[in-house]
Design a binder for this molecule. Sequence first.
Ligand SMILES: Nc1ncnc2c1ncn2[C@@H]1O[C@H](COP(=O)(O)OP(=O)(O)OP(=O)(O)O)[C@@H](O)[C@H]1O
Ligand SMILES: [Mg+2]
Length: 260
Amino acid sequence: MKDVIIMNKKGTSLCFFSAKGGTGKTTNLLNLAGIISQLEKRVLVIDFDLYTGSVAKYLNKTFDRSIIDLNDDLENNRYNKITDYVTKYNENIDILCAPIDPRQANRFNVRYVKDVINMSCLEYDVVLIDTNNSLDAINLSILENVEKILFITTNDIIDLSNIKSLITIFNKIGLVNYKVLLNNSRDPFKSLLDIFEIKKILGCNVDYELSSEMFLKNVDKYVMEGKIISLDKSFSSVMAKDYLTFVSLATDILEEGKDE
Ligand SMILES: Nc1ncnc2c1ncn2[C@@H]1O[C@H](COP(=O)(O)OP(=O)(O)OP(=O)(O)O)[C@@H](O)[C@H]1O
Ligand SMILES: [Mg+2]
């Protein structure tokens, strides 16, 4: 009889990171989750922005269990499976929420970061991790243990120079599994710098770019309705360029995940 090798399904992980707050991490991480879900892949969004987590708020979801419950069960040997702690958004998107009460955030033990990422990758095709912009122990552990990092920067000159400092540090310590997304949709009226000047400031390539056309005056309407912008029926036609950017980001992640 032939040997049967049972392989565990192994998904891939990507974290969004920026040098400053408000660059569009959460909004566009959710847009990416939307596109991946349309490709019929299962996505887990982990809200590791533990003190000011906003994924559940953006999606207008209430929830019973958070990442802190997961931490506590790991600590007390009560953990069974990752899906016991997630909240369903739609057929393909689940979320692992940050605690409602920010005072609980510092209970999360940094030694579980790696386990949470690995356990999630066993269950989902893609694990997307939202962060805040500090270089604290939790974020450093995420950055070390995640398969890919996406630096997200606006076209703001200070933001660009701060992200350049981060990239320089990452290159020095050999953490080169990152790509850069330039988000022009946060400050659509800034047009002093063109893409060549931006690349010069960054000292590296810009892998993905969201256009100023993706600036939405009514962005809060989506939040109030708990809707993901990329899942809007008109997104692929009205914002065709940005839709294609998300599709190429999604396919790159899925392809690169296969190579690991
Ligand atoms: N395309 C857009 N058009 C208009 N407003 C946007 C767009 N994308 C994001 N915003 C707004 O910019 C603000 C910051 O966005 P978001 O919360 O996604 O950034 P963030 O990097 O996750 O912030 P933080 O670092 O605080 O977690 C929010 O008020 C959001 O609604
Ligand atoms: Mg955020």
